[in-house]
Write a protein that binds this ligand. Structure first.
Ligand code: SF4
Ligand code: SF4
Length: 110
């Protein structure tokens, strides 16, 4: 086996290891997030980066983005985008909590 083959094989094995690890993490997260009509989503705005992934997965139009003034002048953007849950429309499906890349959404008791 050539050196290039060895490197490619190692990369492939590492990619498989990372994929398995991420799948396990997603599974563990899914098990720990509450679901159903007794729950409602809640956004921790300190962790929200306004990426809108939660809005994309929410079929119930229960999330909106709003502008929050920056707390620091060190950044160029004039506002932060933050997500807000519209409690009445939220069905507790938890898709947003699973989709949020920063774990800013938790499911709390309704
Ligand atoms: S997915 Fe998470 S980080 Fe992105 S806008 Fe929604 S709550 Fe904020
Ligand atoms: S829990 Fe479901 S319905 Fe509620 S905001 Fe998240 S994605 Fe929308």
């Amino acid at each position: 086996m050539s050196r290039l083959d060895e490197v490619q094989k190692r990369r492939q094995l590492e990619a498989e290891r990372i994929e398995k690890s991420m799948a396990k993490m997603a599974e563990e997260k899914a098990e720990s997030v509450g679901e159903g009509e007794l729950f409602v989503a809640f956004v921790d705005i300190d962790n929200c980066i306004g990426c809108d992934q939660c809005m994309i997965v929410c079929d119930d139009k229960a999330i909106e983005l709003y502008d929050l003034p920056l707390r620091t002048t060190g950044l160029e953007s004039e506002v932060n985008k933050k997500a807000r849950i519209l409690r009445e429309q939220c069905t507790g499906c938890r898709l947003c909590a699973l989709a949020c890349p920063t774990n800013a959404i938790t499911m709390i008791d309704r």
